[in-house]
Design a protein around this ligand. Structure first.
Ligand code: PLP
Length: 424
């Protein structure tokens, strides 16, 4: 029995499903999860001493790869000066100034501990600012696990809980709409416009595979929000600081009313944030009456890890390297007949195409457009790649992440492993 399997057996006794976040359990790909002992650059080493090239990259925060030397040096230095003050400190100020200078419409920012907290707080703020109860959410977008966001499409637009413990009353205040369907948004505003506080969307949906929305769709969504005086919340927990420093908002030329960040903003430490105009953010306590707080918020070590990461991203060099890797991956994969890939910047999503369709002319833009069979063929795919020493995300609906620690040799090995996958 492998060491990972032994550890998992023990973990099952003391933790639900043996893990502390569901997707880590390998439930979607079968078998037992690998227990990771260490990670450097693009590599993971598991409890049995096996090495893998990592394309999951902790689900997004590690844009410079594991244990980046600059972030590590900063964190080591920080630790010697204490790691939690519960008091004001300079590092969150510097990180806030860096972000608000580079992204001017984000005039004020509040740091929290996770993307979930960021979204939960932004939704509360949107309701307070508009005095309205309803939130539009799109099926297939994930915004963390606060009650209001754990709602899936039910019959019509009335939300039904996607998790035990979410009340019907909460669900009824989240309107679920299909992605990529502007008519559905217009209809929701026509019917409920004076009760809609905000629409929240991942401007690059990356939690049900990668489901890019057209620029025209996102601009029209923004316009409709303004027309009905509802707020637009861009959840850039994945796309923020990855699709360029200013995220998808900058790429699109859209200024959302509120943005939520996570992952890269903490350099791999637990940080989330929400930001917006002075007028909106002044409603947050203690300046205003929208309560939000956290014992460990703006933790000085996490703030310095975030600062080291964002300072390194600010000159744009990392994005150039990632672009080159992403283009190499695209070129290498596009002629493999049994594979489809959707890519945006340093995010990619691989699918087996049983019919041999190769690259699809149009990527899926909503969960219903994902070819059936992807989820069932993915476990075989995942195992094949693992045997080739490549660690993909352990779920058919999670995207792959490139980091600057990946080399073009790594990408060549990834392409070769994909090419050697037997057709379905
Ligand atoms: C777009 C998006 N929003 C929110 C979250 C929740 O963030 P966290 O896991 O840090 O709570 C995630 C997590 O993957 C996410 O991808």
């Amino acid at each position: 029995m492998s060491e990972s399997a032994k550890l998992f057996e023990r973990a099952l006794h003391v933790t639900p499903g043996g893990v502390h976040s569901p997707v880590r359990s390998f439930a979607a790909v079968g078998g037992q999860p690998l227990f990771i002992e260490s990670a450097h650059g693009a590599r993971l080493i598991d409890a049995d001493g096996a090495t893998y090239t990592d394309y999951c990259m902790a689900f997004g925060p590690l844009i410079f790869g594991h244990a980046d030397a600059d972030v590590a040096a900063t964190v080591h230095a920080a630790i010697d000066h204490g790691w939690s003050f519960g008091a004001a400190e300079r590092w969150s100020l510097e990180l806030a100034e860096l972000i608000t200078t580079r992204i001017p419409w984000a005039e004020q920012i509040r740091f929290v501990n996770s993307g979930t907290e960021a979204v939960m707080s932004a939704v509360r703020l949107a309701r307070a600012a508009t005095g309205r109860p309803l939130i539009i959410k799109f099926a297939g977008c994930y915004h963390g696990h606060s009650d209001a966001m754990l709602i899936e499409a039910g019959s019509g637009m009335a939300g039904v809980p996607a998790s035990g413990g979410v009340s019907q009353a909460t669900a009824s205040e989240t309107l679920i709409l299909p992605l990529n369907d502007i008519a559905a948004v217009a209809k929701a505003f026509t019917e409920h416009g004076d009760r809609i506080a905000a629409a929240i969307i991942e401007p690059l949906p990356a939690n049900y595979g990668l489901l890019p929305q057209t620029d025209a769709y996102l601009h029209e969504l923004s316009r409709l929000c303004r027309q009905y005086s509802a707020l637009l919340i861009f959840d850039e927990v994945i796309s923020g600081f990855r699709c360029g420093f200013g995220g998808r908002a900058e790429q699109l030329g859209i200024e959302p009313d509120l943005v939520t960040w996570g992952k890269i903003i903490g350099g791999g430490f637990p940080v989330g944030a929400f930001a917006g105009s002075n007028a909106l953010m002044q409603r947050v306590a203690p300046a205003g009456n929208v309560y939000q707080a956290g014992t460990l918020s703006a933790n000085p070590v996490a703030m310095r890890a975030g600062l080291a990461t964002l300072e390194k991203l600010a000159n744009g060099e990392a994005y150039e390297k990632l672009k080159a890797l992403s283009e190499q991956l695209h070129r290498g994969l596009q002629h493999i007949p049994h594979v489809s890939v959707t890519q945006h910047d340093s995010l990619f999503w691989l699918r087996l195409t049983p019919g041999g369709a190769g690259e699809m002319p149009e990527p899926p833009r909503a969960p219903g457009q994902i070819p059936t069979g992807h989820a069932t063929s993915y476990p075989r795919w995942f195992r094949h790649m693992l045997n080739a020493g490549i660690y993909l995300p352990p779920s058919p609906h999670e995207v792959g992440f490139l980091s600057t620690a990946h080399s073009s040799d790594d990408i060549r090995a990834l392409i070769a492993a994909v090419a050697s996958m037997p057709p379905a």
